[in-house]
Design a protein around this ligand. Structure first.
Ligand code: CA
Length: 484
């Protein structure tokens, strides 16, 4: 929304008298991120199982993006790229900030945990994040949920432009204890808190979001709401850790799954090759869908607040999953899942609603990515983009309005040794999970490898990837993984 360019105070007074001033106000921003939700884990993305009435309502009032990617197939780098507007390899967060030892059954003692990478790693302080830019335009910014970009004080949200933080700073917790493998992990601003231990965390993030909205509704606000649902619980107990956690109330909405709940034997190698009795597939899916519906209900309360206070018209609401579905998710019709370079790892459901500027009930199949979010929001609020900082995306509003084609011609991904490139409708994957050249226009499920038939296309994509790698290598190095 462009601000009205009112040149004289008399005109301003006239505008106020006519009640026009409200349309000249900067838009509010609500950025909602879910965690490991699959491409088909929303009613409006084709699921006939999962119940997401409020997200479906959001889509009806805005634009559904069906060809939208994140910059990395798992949590930390995906979020870093979203908030910096830069490729993971450019901003420095191109791997997870997490300890691997709990995967092998190791339990940290608190004092020892303090010195681990999960505790000391974080987003390079030279990176400029979205709330810092918005603050310069007078925005109040808050984050409630999963931060995932560093636990030390200098990395925490309040050191990176946010005014208000309630949530966890590492990459995953138990939904009720708020512990990460036994380590208390809930924060209020700079301090950990155990005050709400035992309360389902989605409800807590909703509570804090509504508090912030009540407090800041009369000025421009940026509410970042990265839920941890439906990510698996980071609990040492393999029975709990097997998946998401849902309140009973929301599980009761899925009688067909409930009827099939049971247990099964599973050998978990990373716990020293032991066999456990764990929840069966239906039970894991039940916790998963229940946690999504609980999150959807919380999103509904945020949307209701906006409507009740007549803020919906000029609030940009963006919803996306941080990476492809993992665990009990449903990524149909995409191949692969979280962590992988196939579409199921990187193409995610996304919805953008902004009634003042965007059409309602539309579907956009243009090639777009989460790297577009930062420049889009800067443009929407007329904030100055950070000087001298190379952003990797562009304003996508004209594309969502149906006025322009997407400027995105290519996108690249690398996770350790796994690589992928998309150039136009062609996709190349080279990974531990499989290789191939695919024509996404005809083969969205990446079933038919065309490497042998189209060597010239394969070469072109590999060349573009090499070119991108060189550009990333030439960029000013950023920590914590890269030496600088
Ligand atoms: Ca995730």
């Amino acid at each position: 929304m462009k601000r009205l360019n009112l040149k004289s105070s008399s005109l301003l007074l006239a505008a106020m008298a006519w009640g026009f001033l409200s349309i000249g106000k900067e838009p509010n921003i609500v950025l909602i991120v879910s965690d490991d939700q699959g491409y088909r884990d929303l009613g409006c993305f084709g699921s006939d199982e999962i119940k997401t009435p409020h997200l479906d309502h959001l889509a009806k009032g805005g634009v559904k993006l069906t060809n939208f990617y994140v910059a990395w197939p798992a949590c930390t780098p995906s979020r870093g790229a979203l908030l910096s507007g830069r490729y993971p390899q450019r901003n420095g967060i191109y791997d997870m900030i997490r300890n691997e030892a709990p995967d092998y059954g190791y339990k940290y003692k608190l004092g020892e945990y303090e010195g681990t990478f999960e505790r000391v790693g974080g987003m390079d302080e030279r990176e400029i994040l979205l709330p810092e830019v918005l603050a310069k335009s007078g925005y109040a910014s808050a984050i409630f949920g999963k931060w995932d970009l560093g636990v030390h004080k200098r990395f925490l949200p309040l050191s990176r432009g946010f005014d208000d933080f309630y949530g966890f700073a590492n990459t995953g917790i138990d939904y009720y204890t708020h512990e990460r493998y036994g380590v208390p992990s809930m924060f209020r601003n700079f301090k950990t808190t155990t005050k709400d231990k035992g309360i389902y965390c989605t409800s807590l993030f909703e509570r804090e979001a509504l508090r912030f909205l009540r407090q800041e509704k009369d000025r421009p606000f940026f509410l970042y709401l990265p839920f941890n649902a439906p990510h698996g619980a980071s609990n040492l107990d393999p029975v709990i850790r097997g998946g998401a956690q849902s309140p009973e109330k929301h599980k009761a909405l899925y009688p067909e799954l409930q009827a099939r709940v049971g247990t099964e034997k599973r050998t978990v190698r990373r716990y020293g090759s032991k066999t456990y009795t764990v929840p069966n597939k239906a039970a894991r899916r039940l916790e998963f869908v229940g946690s999504v519906t609980a999150m959807d209900e919380s999103i509904g309360k945020i949307l209701s607040f906006l409507e009740k206070h007549e803020l919906a018209e000029n609030t940009i609401v963006i919803f996306l999953s941080d990476n492809g579905g993992g665990g009990a998710a449903d990524n149909f019709p995409l191949r692969g899942n979280k962590g992988q370079m196939f579409e199921g790892g990187i193409r995610v459901p996304c919805i953008v609603r902004w009634p003042a500027m965007l059409p309602a009930g539309e579907t956009c199949d243009e090639f777009l990515t989460s790297l577009e979010v930062f420049p889009t929001l800067c443009e929407a609020v007329e904030a100055k983009k950070p000087k001298g900082v190379k952003l990797d995306g562009f304003d996508m509003i004209p594309v969502l309005q149906g006025k322009k084609k997407s400027k995105r011609m290519e996108m690249f991904w690398q996770r350790r040794l796994d690589k992928a490139a998309r150039v136009g409708h062609w996709k190349w994957v080279e990974s531990g999970r499989g290789n191939g050249l695919f024509d996404l226009r005809k083969d969205l499920s990446e079933k038919k490898d065309l490497s042998a038939e189209r060597p010239e296309i394969l070469k072109k994509l590999k060349d573009r990837f090499a070119n991108w790698k060189k550009e990333m290598a030439d960029a000013e190095p950023r920590g914590p993984f890269r030496d600088y």
